[in-house]
Design a protein. Structure first.
Length: 473
């Protein structure tokens, strides 16, 4: 053990008292007979047996009372805490933290040391990590040797539910809370449950916690920085990859479009001459239809590769939803699908490119309809999200298989026979340009819901791909 604490729980105190009193009782019987025999041999000629017995009982009572007072003093005396040397403990904690590259591993090492040093069974580390629109709060709670991890996204307008509070320690339920800050920034909290001692935490405990807090804060900040750098590098890699794919696709599309235009013009001229038989006219029309389809695909590729400036203007969410539903009405009605809209009253007006936002919702609506096939219901809801707006398109389709969830936003990835794989890629790109957030939840056999979260206005760095986070769940 790195620390020694002289203390006993109430149950242990009771057992100690019972044991000591039994020993005293047995010892008293023995001492009484020995003492009485000694007095008889010395004083029997002059003192009666009754007087000797009274003297023996009084002496034993005095010994018993003194022993009882000593026991109570020991059991109820102020616990003496002897911590590990602060210098040694801080060195050990620093060495443990230096080996951590993950927030879970960091918490595991810190909480184990705190439990061992302060003899507390229930201890928790809460870390805060800034995310777009919300704060990611990670609670890592260790009870005895069991580790529990709870991750939540907290917004100012969305208080934590009672059920979430019951799963973790809070400053209201913890016996002691140590605030962790680094460079005047809140990193997290260290929360300790009740100690095994009946006297609670001593001044020495609190002083030592105060000395350990800066080390824990620095270590946590370093791990958070490693995570931030890793995520930034990943986003840059994805951005570079998309740019390369876009440039390659744009060049290929440009080379294909020129001969397609020539083919279309010649076929249209051939059709207008009117000297073709009916079956030949149908064949020409099939060729023209296929050229038109290829032209649409090329337009999608060019749209994905092109980076154009947003046409920023005030946008009303209700008009965006109405326009998208109107443009997809034929596709949805032909499948016998019902559409339900849920609009929160008094939605804020945001700034953005209305045409691109309509394009995003159109893509999500068509995907939802195609996933459902025939029949069912699509729910389109709009509500405030922080200071921005959240659009959600939920279907009753089969759901997205787990092996496909990481790829659905990749360019040219599709599970449709006639799909281009650019619909969701373009939607992601448009949301990214607005500094928004696109994610989805899915459950097999239940359906899928895509959510688009937009800030009050796009950031000034419109070409920064790090503005978007895609979080499949």
């Amino acid at each position: 053990m790195d620390s020694i604490l002289f203390s006993r729980a109430p149950k242990q105190q009771f057992l100690v008292r019972v044991l000591v009193y039994l020993v005293l009782a047995l010892g008293s019987v023995v001492i009484y007979h020995v003492f009485l025999s000694a007095l008889e041999s010395l004083l029997l000629p002059r003192v009666s047996l009754l007087v000797l017995s009274v003297l023996s009982v009084l002496l034993l009572a005095a010994v018993y009372l003194a022993a009882s007072l000593l026991i109570e003093y020991i059991l109820h005396s102020r616990p003496v805490r002897r911590h590990t040397s602060p210098r040694k403990l801080m060195t050990r904690l620093s060495d443990e933290i230096a080996q951590c590259r993950d927030i879970g591993e960091l918490a595991q090492r810190i909480l184990a040391i705190v439990q061992q040093e302060f003899l507390v069974e229930d201890v928790q580390l809460t870390f805060y990590y800034d995310q777009p629109f919300a704060l990611e709060v990670t609670h890592l709670r260790r009870t005895k040797d069991k580790m529990q991890r709870v991750v939540a996204r907290v917004r100012e307008d969305e208080p934590t539910s009672q059920s979430e509070e019951e799963e973790v320690l809070t400053p209201m339920t913890a016996a002691h809370t140590e605030v962790l800050t680094h460079r005047d920034r809140l990193v997290g909290l260290l929360l300790l449950g009740s100690t095994n001692r009946n006297k609670g935490y001593t001044a020495a405990d609190l002083d030592l916690l105060g000395e350990l807090a800066p080390i824990i804060s620095t270590g946590a900040d370093q791990v958070m920085m490693i995570r931030h750098i890793s995520e930034t590098n990943q986003r840059m890699f994805e951005s570079d990859k998309l740019i390369s794919i876009g440039q390659l696709a744009s060049g290929i599309a440009h080379e294909i479009r020129n001969p397609l235009t020539s083919m279309r013009m010649n076929l249209q001229g051939l059709k207008r001459r009117g000297k073709l038989e009916e079956k030949d006219r149908k064949r020409v029309q099939i060729c023209l239809d296929e050229i038109l389809r290829l032209d649409d695909i090329i337009s999608e590729i060019m749209q994905f590769a092109r980076r154009t400036k947003l046409e920023i203007a005030p946008v009303q969410a209700k008009k965006i939803v109405s326009a998208a539903l109107e443009m997809t009405r034929q596709e949805i009605d032909s499948r016998g699908i019902e559409v339900v809209t849920q609009m929160q009253p008094s939605l804020p007006v945001i700034r953005g490119d209305a045409n691109r936002l309509i394009h995003v919702l159109i893509n999500l609506l068509i995907n939802a309809a195609q996933a459902m096939g025939h029949g069912g219901m699509i729910t389109v809801s709009v509500e405030t999200y922080g200071t921005g707006i959240e659009f959600t398109v939920a279907d009753q389709g089969p759901g997205i298989a787990s092996e496909l969830r990481r790829d659905i936003f990749n360019p040219f990835f599709t599970t449709k026979a006639n799909g281009t794989g650019l619909g969701l890629a373009n939607a992601l790109k448009f949301v990214q340009e607005h500094g928004g957030e696109l994610d989805f939840t899915t459950e097999m056999g239940i359906g899928t819901a895509f959510s688009v979260r937009l800030p009050p206005q796009p950031p000034s760095h419109l070409d920064d791909p790090s503005a978007l986070r895609v979080v499949p769940t």
